[in-house]
Design a protein around this ligand. Structure first.
Ligand code: NAP
Length: 263
């Protein structure tokens, strides 16, 4: 996939990985739709791009499913087509199962799973009609392993992967490609924005997150993976070992998970 003049829709573009991806795709000459809830931050990102007139700011809450058809119509009115959707918007969690309200489980699932599913289903008929299209899905190492204090988050990322893995099988012959991305720790606002069990913000920059890989480097890797239409890619540091341990030595992975000290 050559992204020059392609139209790519990136969610969660107001911060972190989505912001870095916007700059990476903009450098490639793509035309980009950027979405998140904070319109002011999206405008800041647009202005920082090399050709701001090629960027459409489209404020969107990924849990407002009923607004997606109208939002997509705005994209078609503006650019006439869509070539790629990057399902990146997400929220994390920092609480034990026993301390987490069902409302928080629901909210994490809505942002990280139901929102991306509804967005994917909104654009899928357009991709099928054109016989081309790409979904880039930002999952996580926690889409492959379960770790304490992240039950809803792990569940949402496992579900996100399962859904898009099934979709991949359905649409491969229709010319549609799916790249699932599993980052480890990335230095963004994710832990600050994470929800505690009562729904309040964790509001702490976790050490693992602060010491994670940079969003800019990750965005270059994702761009490369998308260009090569890779099915699944992992980016991070030593935490990536968890994926391989879970695959080849699950009892060891589970023992390590039991001993992870996280808040
Ligand atoms: N950082 C990591 O260590 C890490 C590791 C693996 C995977 N990830 C995944 O990477 C993705 C991006 O996270 P990040 O690290 O860049 O975190 P971040 O800096 O907190 O950014 C999260 C983005 O998601 C948007 N968002 C949150 N709730 C939303 C909603 N209801 N509707 C629309 N947009 C919403 C936020 O924008 P608004 O607040 O403006 O809506 C923001 O742009 C997430 O899916 C996350 O799970 C992160």
């Amino acid at each position: 996939m050559d992204y020059r003049d392609k139209v790519v829709w990136i969610t969660g573009a107001s911060s972190g990985i989505g912001e870095a991806l916007t700059y990476a795709f903009a450098q490639e000459g793509a035309r980009i739709v950027i979405s998140a809830r904070r319109a002011k931050e999206l405008e800041r990102v647009r202005q920082a791009c090399p050709a701001p007139d090629q960027i459409l700011v489209l404020p969107l809450d990924v849990t407002a499913f009923e607004s997606f058809a109208g939002a997509f119509q705005k994209i078609l009115n503006h650019f006439g087509k869509l070539d790629g959707l990057v399902n990146n918007a997400g929220i994390s969690q920092r609480s034990k199962v026993v301390d987490t309200s069902l409302e928080v489980d629901q909210q994490v699932m809505n942002v990280n799973f139901m929102g991306p599913v509804a967005l994917t289903k909104t654009v899928l008929p357009h991709f099928l009609a054109r016989g081309t299209g790409q979904f880039i899905v930002i999952s996580s190492v926690t889409g492959k392993v379960g770790i304490p204090y992240r039950s809803a988050y792990c569940a949402s990322k496992h579900a996100l992967q399962g859904f898009h893995e099934a979709l991949r099988a359905e649409v491969h012959d229709a010319g549609i490609r799916i790249t699932i991305v599993c980052p480890g720790y990335v230095a963004t606002q994710v832990s600050i924005n994470a929800l505690k069990g009562d729904g309040s913000k964790h509001a702490i920059m976790d050490q693992n997150t602060a010491e994670g890989i940079s969003a800019t480097i990750l965005a270059q890797g994702i761009l490369q993976a998308g260009r090569k239409e890779k099915a699944e890619v992992y980016f991070g540091k030593k935490e990536l070992a968890g994926i391989y341990l879970m695959r080849f030595a699950p009892s060891i992975a589970r023992r390590i998970a039991r001993n992870i000290k996280v808040r």
